[in-house]
Design a protein. Structure first.
Length: 411
């Protein structure tokens, strides 16, 4: 099977998308498929990979983030797709790349992969605290109509979690298929907590081992709300010594650096490239403090739980879907005081008990990335088998009201 992925946000200097696509190549090779990724680049060239290749198409740079570029003319993209003659064509964003996949006139099965909830990422991030989430969703009814129109050009829409499928179903999307994400469980696993490393990390925050070590990992992007987390730590520091170790970088790093300069014991570590090191850091922290309520899945949260590290997360989005009172505390997104209160509550609980509960939940609920790709490629294979029968079978998820008393594990 040949799969062509129009990957609008794949970049050699990117974060989660790059890591995901790199693993997708390896999974394609393992399954005996060929993966061709069409990505915007600085020049026209082909890069061979195990499992396939990347076709870079020269495109302009995005004005707000030097790491990313955007497709412009459809001609070069269509020519690349024509030359590859795929069995499966994926559109991996709801923007220009998605429309290019939608409008390509070939006969491949077309699937839209929604890696994010744009209303949660942008409007809810900017307007949270001023308007209720449901009000924001209503104001952006035009976007839901836009997404329904786009999805209507595809044979199906793939999401990475049942909760996200439920949310999209509420706004009229149909033929939704779930391929749950997973993490690299060979790296992120129990038993890696290192007290010496914990002491070293706290020392970088200017504190001794008696202090609490709070960790954040993620892109420095508005949706991650790192400013809010730094403020939450500042408030919580009034009750106990806390070191805040922040891993990540991004286009708003400068403003995060300025915010951190005004709060004691905050260390900005930049990106940690080595996955084994990231796993040890996660396991050695006392808690992961997370800010985004717009996660599709919540990789950092899932990785923390696999390492036995409890979490403090917003009460909506993919991060909340992974949370449970046995090993987590939640708070209202964007509310620094509420985050500080939840952080202090978690730090007052028994770390060993929280860790046992986190590991148990991870074993029960979090698969590895291989299982994600097994499901995804299985979906592709099934789609090809049913091609002669017409469109893919509709597996639209049931609508679950936002105020329903349903445990995250049931979603």
């Amino acid at each position: 099977m040949k799969i062509v992925d129009i990957s609008e946000f794949y970049s050699p200097t990117g974060g989660g998308v790059r890591q995901y696509v790199d693993r997708k190549f390896l999974a394609a090779a393992r399954h005996g498929h060929e993966l061709v990724v069409i990505a915007p680049g600085t020049e026209d060239r082909v890069e061979l990979r195990t499992g396939g290749k990347i076709i870079w198409i020269k495109t302009p740079q995005l004005p707000f983030d030097a790491n990313y570029r955007m497709f412009w003319s459809s001609r070069a993209v269509f020519a690349a797709i024509d030359a590859e003659a795929p069995d499966i064509l994926e559109g991996s964003s709801p923007w220009r790349g998605g429309w290019l996949a939608a409008k390509w006139p070939g006969k491949a099965i077309k699937l839209l992969f929604m890696h994010a909830d744009p209303v949660a990422v942008y409007p809810q991030t900017l307007l949270m605290g001023k308007l209720k989430p449901a009000t924001i969703d209503t104001l952006f009814g035009w976007y839901w109509a836009y997404l329904r129109k786009l999805a209507g050009h595809f044979d199906g829409t793939v999401v990475a979690g049942s909760w996200l499928g439920t949310r999209f179903a509420q706004y009229g999307l149909t033929n939704l298929h779930v391929a749950p994400f997973g993490v690299e469980t060979s790296w992120f696993k129990p038993g890696q907590r290192d007290e010496n490393l914990r002491t070293e990390l706290l020392a970088q925050c200017g504190l001794g081992p008696e202090a609490a070590l709070v960790l954040n990992i993620g892109r420095h992007h508005p949706e991650k709300r790192v400013h809010t987390l730094i403020e939450a730590v500042r408030i919580a520091q009034q009750d106990r010594p806390i070191g805040f170790y922040v891993v990540g970088d991004g286009f708003i790093h400068g403003s995060i650096k300025a915010k951190a300069a005004g709060v004691p014991h905050v260390h900005l570590a930049g990106w940690l490239k080595d996955r084994a090191t990231v796993a040890r850091v996660l396991a050695s922290a006392d808690v992961l403090l997370h800010g985004s309520s717009a996660e599709t899945y919540g990789f950092a949260v899932a990785e923390a739980l696999c390492c036995g590290t409890p979490v403090v997360v917003p009460n909506s989005g993919g991060a909340a879907d992974l949370a449970s009172p046995a090993y987590a505390e939640t708070y209202t997104p964007g509310d620094a005081a509420a985050a500080a209160k939840s952080l202090l509550t978690l730090l007052s609980r028994d770390r060993a008990e929280l860790s046992v509960a986190a590991c148990a939940a991870a074993k029960r609920r979090i698969g590895d990335l291989d299982s994600h790709f097994d499901t995804l490629f299985g979906l592709f294979t099934l789609a090809l088998q049913r091609k002669k029968m017409g469109a893919m079978v509709d597996v639209t998820l049931p609508v679950i009201p936002e105020d329903a008393d349903v445990a995250p594990e049931a979603l």
